[in-house]
Ligand binder design. Structure first.
Ligand code: F6R
Length: 240
């Protein structure tokens, strides 16, 4: 695992955007794995700027998002589909048909998850996966547990995550209690992974990532099993 420690959130965002831009320049039909949440927003802003300046094009880029609440309508302004449109897709030259977010209204959520993994495989797997991390070490909606799912699946949210995510909702009881999420195995199939970590709230999770043990109680430590992971963090999250 490689660690890049940046001075602050802005520098972290620029660093991450530069890696994504280099990937897209190298392979115009790159398959990107994308995350929602506060952390990648700065990176998305940088990518939008680069696209506006004509430095990169998303014309042939294909995206798969990590997760979506369930049940939730894509039009709901708290859905991850809405988030991606607002924070990235609506501002770049991407073909919307090439953007994939799990359907939060799927009649058969298990089937939706299965089809998602199949679609990623058919697309040739993710070239560059962007991740954030929860305070408890979750990645996507893979919460700490004694066993973790390999493939994309339906999951319950922990109270910790419901509370953390309630900042985006009017009240905590409006946060959906379930989600559809890529599993650890689906994430590890990506060719390259970058994980963005910012702020002192994430210190404990980052400390475990710097450690020696793979611990399902800190799902992000599963990334130690992958051969091309770059942690891009700011000084606040770094423990020294
Ligand atoms: C979002 C996701 C989550 C977030 C994590 C951190 O698609 O998969 O695992 O990356 O909850 O969220 P923020 O960045 O808001 O701290």
């Amino acid at each position: 695992m490689k660690f890049i420690v940046c001075d602050d959130y802005n520098e972290m965002s620029k660093e991450a955007a530069a890696i994504a831009a280099a990937q897209i320049k190298e392979k115009s039909n790159t398959v990107l794995g994308l995350a929602t949440g506060s952390t990648p927003v700065g990176m998305y802003k940088e990518l939008i700027e680069m696209n506006k300046k004509g430095e990169i094009s998303f014309k042939d880029v294909v995206t798969y998002n990590l997760d979506e609440y369930y049940p939730i309508s894509p039009e709901n302004n708290q859905s991850y589909r809405y988030f991606m449109n607002e924070n990235l897709f609506n501002h770049i030259d991407i073909d919307m048909d090439n953007t994939h977010v799990l359907n939060g209204l799927a009649d058969d959520p298990e089937k939706e998850c299965e089809s998602f993994d199949k679609a990623i495989e058919e697309a040739g797997f993710v070239d560059l996966q962007v991740l954030g991390i929860g305070r408890n070490g979750h990645i996507a909606f893979n919460e700490p547990d004694s066993i973790l799912y390999a493939g994309t699946h339906v999951t319950g949210l922990t109270q910790n995550t419901i509370e953390a995510n309630s900042r985006f909702f009017d009240s905590v009881d409006q946060v959906p209690t379930k989600a559809l999420t890529m599993g650890i195995g689906s994430i590890l199939k990506a060719e390259k992974i970058i994980i963005l970590i910012s702020g002192k709230d994430k210190k404990e999770a980052l400390k475990k990532l710097k450690g020696e043990f793979i611990d399902p109680q800190c799902p992000a430590t599963m990334l130690m099993a992958h051969r091309n992971v770059t942690v891009i963090c700011d000084k606040e999250a770094w423990n020294d």
